[in-house]
Design a binder for this molecule. Structure first.
Ligand SMILES: Nc1nc2c(c(=O)[nH]1)N[C@H]1C(S)=C(S)[C@@H](COP(=O)(O)O)O[C@H]1N2
Ligand SMILES: [Mo]
Length: 543
């Protein structure tokens, strides 16, 4: 009896530690399940995993973010969330075992993690209410209570109550001796109920989540894009080459690259959406509804978008046919003048519903190019991932200085007085797209057969236009490639070159010349701060 008491109050044996770890895991799962359920009622972005994930994205040094985008591509967000779950998967059993010795400390640990989630949620730039803390707080309280109760079952000494069946089990020698004094049946019952309750809460959360955003989805389904007053010219037939493996001239929406900091793409209800235009030198600040924009004169343009994080040869570039409102007209209506005509604001800061800030030169968006507030992409309303209901598109500027998705606010200001999101993180204030070219086919390490091999790809220098593409085999002379017809100088241009391939290993290199006569530089630079440069090369082995 004395020994048992000592085991009870003193160092717990491994079976109880293991069950403590299990309790920690069950408490962790319960916390997350409850938090996700509450988050569906508050808003999806308030979930602790999303909030902590978002906060870590913002806190991540540019170099690491760059690396993550490079290595995980569009999966970087998934990898981040899995990382957070993995961290919890380590912490939960640790807290559980700790709780076997120090019940209150273990429970307090769960509450502390909840506080971290709550702090992350309310400090997100798109958080407007302290209710964003609720999912973390309620989840943590549920988890802490559960851990307290479960671990209590592991330590409760109810000697006189030791039942006949416990003693029988001990006699039968199955597992933990009942004489250790803890309430085994109570534990199993509590643990099983907790697991079942978590599963139920998770299922309810999932089905609620599926029905969330219905308003936004319905508002998108109702959008009928009017025919544009200023339609795009038809894409020239010869703009698309028939070479297997080349990027299609128009990138389908489903294949269009996606780069943003949003772990959950915002689902904005277009009927409730408003855009505000205000700030320095805005003589008539304006507020516009989605219908206001839809019923204005619309322009339709083909514009190739590029991300500053695109590596040489990378895939963060795509070409679409956009429909929208000419931004310069809207600004002029509000009384905005570009700096060249005496306007006091040289930076246009666009803000999204999720707190992104993007700064573009006022001069560029008002210099006659087709800068627009886009409402449609390739004939459809914007997909949610690409900024529904409205986003900005500016030919010739990288996305991080121009292409604000889920836009809701346009403020005229100066470059001196305000640094937007990416500039605060070490990226350039101004970033025109660099002249670039890419080999789409053959692919790296391909093994084409000797004979005629088509080398083909795309080249872009938005708003300047591409005038020439040259290809070099190994250290040979530059050979001029055949250029597909140009759609506009705001779009990329396909090119191809038939190559008489001889057996052996070969390095294929491409470079473009834009309409200013500038030849794409061979100087390799990193993506940070204003875009990668250098020639794209592909190594192949001809069989
Ligand atoms: N709200 C918001 N808009 C954003 C971003 C973002 O993170 N949040 N990323 C920008 C960047 S870096 C790029 S390259 C383009 C990408 O647009 P896409 O995802 O439609 O291709 O969106 C821009 N607009
Ligand atoms: Mo980007």
């Amino acid at each position: 009896m004395r020994d048992e008491e000592k085991d009870q109050r003193g160092r717990p044996g491994w079976p109880r530690l293991a069950l403590g770890a299990l309790s920690g895991v069950l408490a962790g799962i319960a916390s997350l399940a409850v938090a996700e359920l509450v988050a569906t009622a508050v808003r999806p972005q308030s979930s602790p995993v999303i909030a902590v994930g978002g906060a870590s994205i913002d806190a991540t040094p540019a170099a690491v973010k760059d690396w993550a985008i490079r290595h995980f591509g569009t999966d970087d967000k998934l990898v981040l969330q899995l990382g957070i779950l993995a961290m919890l998967a380590v912490l939960a059993p640790v807290l559980g075992t700790l709780a076997v010795r120090f019940r209150r400390v273990g429970a307090a640990g769960v509450l502390f993690l909840g506080a971290v989630g709550a702090a992350a949620a309310v400090s997100r730039p798109d958080s407007t209410s302290f209710t964003d803390a609720l999912p973390s707080v309620v989840g943590a309280v549920a988890g802490a209570l559960l851990l307290y109760v479960l671990v209590g079952r592991l330590t409760a000494v109810r000697r006189p109550a030791a039942s006949a069946s416990d003693l029988a089990a001990e006699a039968a020698g199955d597992g933990v001796p009942a004489s250790a004094g803890w309430n085994r049946r109570g534990f199993v019952l509590a643990a099983a109920s907790a697991a079942a309750a978590s599963a139920a809460v998770g299922a309810v959360g999932r089905s609620l989540n599926a029905s969330r955003g219905q308003g936004a989805i319905a508002s998108r389904n109702k959008v009928v894009l009017p025919s544009p007053g200023s339609p795009a010219q038809p894409v020239p037939k010869r703009a698309g080459l028939r070479v297997p493996g080349i990027s299609p001239f128009v990138t389908p929406n489903a294949d269009f690259y996606r780069v943003d900091t949003a772990l959950v793409a915002p689902k904005v209800d277009a009927t409730a959406w408003r855009l505000r235009i205000h700030g320095k030198g805005v003589q008539r600040p304006g507020t516009y509804s989605f219908d206001d924009l839809l019923h204005r004169e619309l322009i339709e343009r083909d514009i190739t978008l590029t991300c500053v994080s695109n590596e040489v040869g990378g895939s963060y570039v795509g070409n679409a046919r956009w429909i929208g409102v000419r931004l310069a007209d809207l600004l002029a209506e509000c009384g905005v003048k570009p700096p060249s005509r005496g306007g006091p604001a040289d930076q246009l800061v666009s803000r999204s519903v999720d707190g992104m800030t993007i700064g573009s030169p006022v001069e560029d968006v008002m210099d006659g190019r087709d800068a627009m507030l886009a409402l449609g992409m390739n004939g459809a309303p914007l997909p949610f991932d690409h900024g529904f209901p409205v986003r900005m598109v500016v030919p010739g500027l990288y996305g991080f200085v121009s292409a604000c998705k889920w836009i809701e606010d346009v403020e005229l200001t100066t470059f001196d007085s305000y640094d937007p999101y990416w500039v605060k993180r070490g990226w350039a204030r101004r970033a025109p797209i660099k002249t670039a070219s890419r080999i789409d086919t053959p692919q790296p390490f391909a093994r084409p057969k000797a004979g005629t091999v088509m080398i083909a790809g795309v080249a872009w220098a938005q708003h300047r236009g591409i005038d020439k593409v040259e290809v070099r085999i190994d250290d040979g002379l530059w050979q001029e490639a055949d250029l597909a017809a140009e759609d506009t100088r705001d779009t990329w241009r396909q090119w191809s070159l038939p190559w008489q391939a001889a057996t052996g290993g070969h390095t294929l290199t491409v470079r473009a010349t834009d309409r200013t006569g500038a030849v794409q530089t061979d100087k390799r630079t990193r993506t940070n701060p204003d875009g990668a440069s250098g020639w794209h090369s592909v190594v192949v082995t001809v069989d």
